[in-house]
Design a protein around this ligand. Structure first.
Ligand code: XIL
Length: 327
């Protein structure tokens, strides 16, 4: 039977992929052999034609101390992508979370913080130059109400930091597609989606290059957007940028899972596939890992789980066949 990446390509997408973490961070491997089974699926080029490091390239790992760059974690996934002929989405240059503590603990002048951002992007995007299909240049810069998030970057520099990050990334790695990436920007009527549109427009008005909008798509089985919603939102971004992508897809279930909830989940995964196939600018879909025991969801949203497509015993959720049918 055909597999997800092959089907996605046939349907006109560039890729169907899965993000992954470094082995040291996959703390919840339920039994030792699960690594082998996991890697066999991850490395299957018909299943996943793209990958993203879920953690390794973040500031905390890539520049833990000022000017001290470390690419051990990021390289694990970048190398895996290269060996497997997978496209690499790189993630994330400027983000308030998993930021190295020194960035937040220092009282910066605007001039100093500009220097820190530019140096970080030169260090990290410069190191990976030519290897990233896309970079999430700025991640999660918006609050739920669509205003700018009050991060250290915003507090010191205002929206200027967003322009600076995109400008610098464009200089450092001109061939990478430069993305704004966020969660909760998948529905057309939300104030946060409106905020994302404003952010993109702000960059365009300033003459700063932005190529794509990434909708993280951390969705809920019991209350998910319709395909029409996802299409309308995607088309809204596509009016401003060349591409859109679903960059961190998972569909959480309020535990315990049962057949009904798995059916809602399947419908949600299918809607994302329908939308991406329908929208010309939609280049691909990335699962935020694919194996339930390695999902971030239970840690961060207690009582939720089973959000990915492979159960702990490596059988597949109904969502898998659902996506196969929809492609
Ligand atoms: C998550 C990782 O999956 C976890 O392992 C980590 O502990 C926290 O971050 N939005 C993003 C991702 O852009 O980087 C986040 O990844 C999930 C939410």
């Amino acid at each position: 039977t055909a597999q997800l990446h092959d089907l996605a390509k046939q349907a006109g997408l560039r890729y169907f992929g899965a993000a992954t973490d470094t082995p040291g961070q996959r703390e919840r491997a339920p039994y030792p052999e699960s690594y082998e089974q996991y890697d066999a699926i991850l490395n299957d080029a018909s299943e996943f034609g793209q990958t993203t490091p879920t953690n390794g390239q973040k500031w905390l790992f890539a520049e833990p101390q000022p000017r001290l760059f470390n690419f051990t974690e990021g390289d694990y996934v970048a190398d895996l992508a290269e060996r497997g002929g997978k496209l690499l989405r790189c993630h994330a240059l400027v983000w308030h979370s998993q930021l190295a503590p020194w960035v937040e603990e220092t009282e910066w002048t605007p001039e100093e913080l500009r220097g820190v951002i530019v140096r970080h992007i030169h260090g990290v995007a410069g190191y990976y130059k030519g290897r990233c299909h896309a970079w999430d240049v700025v991640n999660e810069a918006l609050e739920e109400d669509g205003t700018y998030r009050k991060s250290v970057f915003y507090n010191v520099l205002g929206e200027e930091y967003i322009k600076l990050a995109f400008q610098t990334a464009a200089e450092v790695d001109p061939d990478a597609k430069l993305y704004y990436n966020d969660y909760g920007i998948e529905r057309p009527d939300s104030v946060k989606t409106a905020g994302a549109v404003r952010l993109v427009q702000m960059l365009k008005d300033a003459g700063v290059r932005i190529d794509g909008v990434g909708m993280q798509a951390h969705l809920h089985a019991d209350n998910h957007p319709t395909a029409e919603d996802l299409i309308a939102t995607s088309e809204g971004y596509a009016a401003l940028v060349d591409e859109v992508a679903f960059t961190e897809l998972d569909v959480r279930i309020k535990m315990p899972a049962n057949d009904t909830k798995l059916e809602w989940q399947k419908e949600c995964y299918q809607k994302v596939v329908t939308a991406c196939v329908k929208v010309k600018a939609c280049v691909g879909i990335t699962l935020w890992d694919f194996y339930d025991p390695f999902s971030w969801v239970p840690d961060v949203f207690p009582g939720n789980g089973a959000s990915l497509v492979w159960f702990e015993d490596f059988t597949k959720h109904p969502a898998y066949d659902g996506m196969v049918e929809t492609f």
